[in-house]
Design a protein around this ligand. Structure first.
Ligand code: CTP
Length: 212
């Protein structure tokens, strides 16, 4: 087996509003960390770029901690060239506050309008610049019309695989130790895996994508 370089992103990003507040999402980072550990156990070299989580860093994995989507974007671009496989499990904030208030915003005002501006879509950028021998894998977190939206992401972001997880179902997905996913490939394969722990799932996902 060839030893591969894997670049994995995980966790949420946090987009600061002021020194005490931020915008974020419910991602725990568990799926990305499980993938990083499973890949390392299979003998691959792994860089894990992670937003803030409460998880222990996986052993023998190079962890690059980041906070914001822009920081994650920068680190991904820095480490992208050497990667054979890129897996983007991170739940990147699509928007960030247009301005950061250096002082805590006080509540002595009637209302507060936050202007948000879009963050770059890393997966889409990578889809445009990736080499033929690089495998690009994205995740799709969906709550409705999951297959349709996941297929759209596969095409629009020019991935080799999109891993769909339906985050509206109880007991899987965000924060849970379990997940149930469907893998969609750019050449039309659809592989549905049963509900299982994220650790087991990580190993299965790697088996499928690395033999493709
Ligand atoms: N992604 C990314 N950069 C972003 C947003 C998402 O790289 N700014 C990646 C995620 O890491 C994931 C994939 O794109 O691999 C899909 O993310 P998801 O949150 O499901 O979808 P979005 O592209 O953000 O679209 P929408 O929020 O409209 O569903």
């Amino acid at each position: 087996m060839r030893r591969l370089n894997l670049l994995i992103t995980a966790g949420p990003t946090q987009e600061p509003i002021d020194p005490v507040r931020y915008l974020s999402n419910r991602s725990s980072g568990k799926m990305g960390y499980a993938l990083a550990q499973a890949a390392q156990k299979k003998g691959h070299q792994v860089i894990l770029i992670s937003g803030p989580t409460n998880l222990k860093p996986p052993v023998k994995v190079r962890l690059i901690p980041v906070t914001t989507a822009l920081q994650m974007h920068q680190e991904v671009l820095k480490n992208f060239k050497q990667a054979d496989v890129i897996i983007k499990t991170a739940a990147v904030a699509d928007w960030r506050p247009a301005r950061f208030s250096r002082h805590k915003i006080k509540k002595d005002r009637k209302n507060l309008n936050l202007k948000l501006i879009p963050n770059p879509d890393m997966l889409k950028t990578l889809g445009k610049i990736k080499r033929k021998n690089q495998l690009l894998v994205g995740f799709a977190a969906e709550t409705h019309n999951p297959l349709l939206h996941a297929r759209q992401k596969l095409i629009q972001k020019k991935c080799d695989w999109i891993i769909l997880n339906n985050v509206s179902r109880k007991g899987i997905g965000f924060e849970s130790d379990y997940n149930q996913v469907t893998l969609l490939s750019h050449n039309g394969q659809t592989i549905s895996l049963p509900r299982m722990t994220k650790k087991k799932l990580a190993s299965k996902i790697l088996e499928v994508i690395l033999s493709s």
